[in-house]
Design a protein around this ligand. Structure first.
Ligand code: ATP
Length: 365
């Protein structure tokens, strides 16, 4: 087992900076997920750890060892790729054995490890088949099996579930979770799918533009995003953002002028916003924290008209056009009778409000 430490890691491809000064501590036995939009540098970071790319600058440590100059096969890692990368002419068993044979592992050790991994992954019946005779899910298991038999210090996984259909992906996600519980091998996992990241990770690193925007436990990052990028990237549907000017109400309380109506700032947030009086701020509220209110007059109630009703099974997502012209998404219980064209009043849960600086996007609260 081993921790992995990245220190000011940079990777440039000519004039493209794919990884732009990443520092990240990946604790021993953790399941760390690098997540972010396409092109943000996740795969390049993983390939740098694997030794498939050479760092332009910075340090990579696996355990106590600095590995910048070590070849891929000298690093104690095993990688699982998106396309499985199985040898088509070899059987499942031969595919699983191959890496160990290359490392001159003794035959009885190879036998034992292949049998154990096959049992763990429930692929005992498939050992004599070739990859073309397997389903996508079975191929993915074999790819995992090939990594497991190596018994490496670190697993590196690059979007391993993305070629599976939605149902199988959810199933394999649960199996990966169980597998990690059993083996506890330090895992670095790359995905652009934020749901996958949230469900698998014990540590999540949200990346954008070659940099890490925020690192932490998934729920913590979800609840306390450092900036609008992280706030908007995690969660489906995305967080609503509403611009408005901070002003003082007649009562002396702080409020945001949203155009046709106002948003009262709860007292507990007012202190941290008061020095921005007269300036623009951005209010953030997640769709699941927006509800329909009976009353149209209470504070923090925003009238609007339902423009879209999207039943999603466990919830219904509404799009509501406020009088300001802004569209707000609300996730409500599926049994609520709401139709397009209905006039509704939206209430924002006061414990779930976020405020951001419009220029930097940084979270104020
Ligand atoms: P995706 O989710 O689409 O795989 P990613 O977050 O994994 O994206 P990378 O594949 O790491 O992103 O790419 C980061 C940036 O580096 C992109 O702009 C990409 O075009 C560039 N890049 C990656 N590999 C190379 C390469 N071998 N040569 C030149 N540019 C590259």
């Amino acid at each position: 087992m081993a921790n992995v430490d990245l220190n000011d890691l940079v990777k440039k491809f000519d004039d493209v900076t794919a990884v732009d000064g990443i520092s990240l501590e990946i604790p021993d036995e953790s399941f760390t997920v690098l997540v972010g939009p396409s092109g943000c540098g996740k795969t390049t970071t993983l390939r740098l750890i694997a030794g498939l790319e050479r760092a332009t600058d910075g340090e990579i440590r696996i355990g106590e060892t600095m590995v910048n100059d070590s070849r891929a096969y000298e690093r104690d890692i095993a990688m699982v790729f998106q396309n499985y990368a199985l040898y088509p002419h070899k059987t499942v068993q031969e595919n699983m054995r191959f890496g160990l044979e290359q490392h001159d592992t003794e035959e009885d050790v190879i036998q034992e490890r292949v049998e154990d991994a096959a049992e763990l992954l429930q692929i005992q019946e498939l050992l004599d088949r070739r990859p073309a005779e397997l389903s996508g899910g079975q191929q993915q298991r074999v790819a995992l099996g090939r990594a497991i038999v190596r018994d490496p210090a670190v697993f590196l996984m690059d979007e391993p579930l993305s070629n599976l259909d939605a149902k199988l992906r959810v199933q394999m996600r649960a199996e990966l979770n169980k597998l990690h519980e059993k083996l506890s091998t330090t895992t670095v996992y790359v995905t652009h799918d934020q749901v996958e990241a949230m469900t698998l990770a014990d540590q999540i690193a949200v990346m954008d533009d070659g940099q890490i925007q925020q690192v932490g436990a998934p729920t913590r990052v979800y609840r306390n995003p450092r900036n609008m990028f992280v706030a908007g990237f995690l969660g489906s549907p995305s967080m609503n953002f509403i611009e408005g000017n901070l002003e003082e109400a007649k009562t002396g309380n702080l409020q945001m002028d949203l155009g046709a109506h106002t948003h009262n700032i709860p007292d507990e947030y007012a202190d941290r916003l008061r020095d921005r009086l007269g300036e623009e701020v951005i209010l953030g509220i997640r769709p699941e924290n927006v509800s329909l209110s009976e009353s149209g007059v209470a504070a923090n109630v925003h009238p609007g008209v339902v423009s879209v009703v999207e039943p999603q099974g466990e919830k219904t997502v509404l799009e509501v056009e406020l009088e300001t012209g802004q569209t707000i998404k609300a996730a409500i219980a599926p049994d609520m009778a709401v139709e397009t064209g209905d006039e509704v009043n939206l209430r924002f849960d006061r414990d779930s409000l976020h405020y951001f600086d419009p220029e930097s996007g940084t979270s104020i609260i």
